[in-house]
Design a protein around this ligand. Structure first.
Ligand SMILES: NC(=O)c1ccc[n+]([C@@H]2O[C@H](COP(=O)([O-])OP(=O)(O)OC[C@H]3O[C@@H](n4cnc5c(N)ncnc54)[C@H](O)[C@@H]3O)[C@@H](O)[C@H]2O)c1
Length: 256
């Protein structure tokens, strides 16, 4: 018996990184997982290699019609939705996103994926879950907890995710929907996005990795599976009394 046995799960942005690791851990623990991503080729490949009967559906999380089609497809196939991981995200649209370099177009592009995409996921996820309850997990970041002058739009979008998650938690709790909602806040994690962070602002990316790891009390970068295991806990019934919480997965970076 797996920790999320027979639960129906959606993981957005599941083609790579934390989303891929999360889809894998949920499937290994018995969930029936639908991966979504705008990267169709990679998403299909991940679904094909997962244990269990995983599926891939192409989705751009910015588009409400894609959310409607996704919820219709999953509830038609499985009859319900138990777990929604709003993981898809982008870091930036240009080489630098400090406050002076960020223009309105870049700002909006980041909010469209990271903040509006998560709002749409929660909005349509609640509709699909409220008859039977479920768990929504939203990927924020330590950038949603502390100032990020060199990633202004990203940090603001992740702050929005943190705050929205609490509103969803309280709203659904008071409505008696049986839906929990929590945010997850990774620090420095070895993924494509992690590499992108280390490439921002110039300098040698490998040297940047090493200097950033120097800020982590545990002395190492996290792996995608470290975040995935925390998401798995929040998705499972082990977390039945946990809602509106912030789970920080940063090796102690923000504890200093
Ligand atoms: N890697 C880190 O260090 C780190 C730290 C803190 C927070 N996070 C957050 O964790 C989540 C996953 O990050 P990751 O490191 O795995 O990133 P990643 O870049 O490796 O993967 C992100 C995935 O999201 C998909 N995606 C992007 N825009 C999309 C859209 N509009 N519609 C559908 N899919 C889209 C991409 O195709 C990709 O597969 C993100 O929300 C990110 O902000 C990551």
């Amino acid at each position: 018996m797996g920790r999320v046995q027979d639960k129906i799960a959606i993981v957005t942005g599941g083609a790579t990184g934390i989303g891929r690791a999360t889809a894998r851990r949920l499937a290994e623990e018995g969930a029936l997982v639908t991966i979504t991503d705008r990267n169709v080729e990679a998403g299909q490949a991940v679904a094909a290699e997962l244990p269990g009967n995983a599926a891939f559906i192409a989705q751009d999380v910015r588009l409400e019609d894609d959310w409607k089609a996704l919820m219709a497809a999953v509830t038609e196939r499985h009859g319900r939705l138990d777990i929604l991981v709003n993981n898809a995200g982008i870091l930036a649209t240009g080489p630098s996103q400090d406050l002076e370099a960020t223009d309105l177009e870049q700002w909006r592009a980041v909010q469209a994926v990271n903040a509006e995409g998560v709002f749409l996921g929660c909005h349509h996820g609640i509709g699909a879950m409220k008859a039977g309850g479920g768990s929504i997990i939203n990927l924020s970041s330590i950038a949603g907890l502390i100032g990020t002058p060199h990633l202004a739009a990203y940090g603001a979008s992740k702050g929005a995710v943190r705050q929205l998650s609490k509103s969803v938690a309280v709203y659904c709790g008071r409505k008696g929907y049986g839906i929990r909602c929590n945010s997850v806040h990774p620090g420095i994690i070895r993924t494509d996005m992690g590499d992108q962070v280390m490439g921002l602002g110039g300098g040698d990316p490998q040297a940047n990795w090493e200097s950033r790891i120097g800020l982590v009390p545990l002395g190492e970068a996290g792996e995608a599976v470290d975040v995935a295991n925390c998401i798995l806990f929040l998705a499972s019934d082990e977390a039945r009394h946990v809602t509106g919480a912030e789970l920080v997965v940063d090796g102690g970076m923000t504890a200093i």
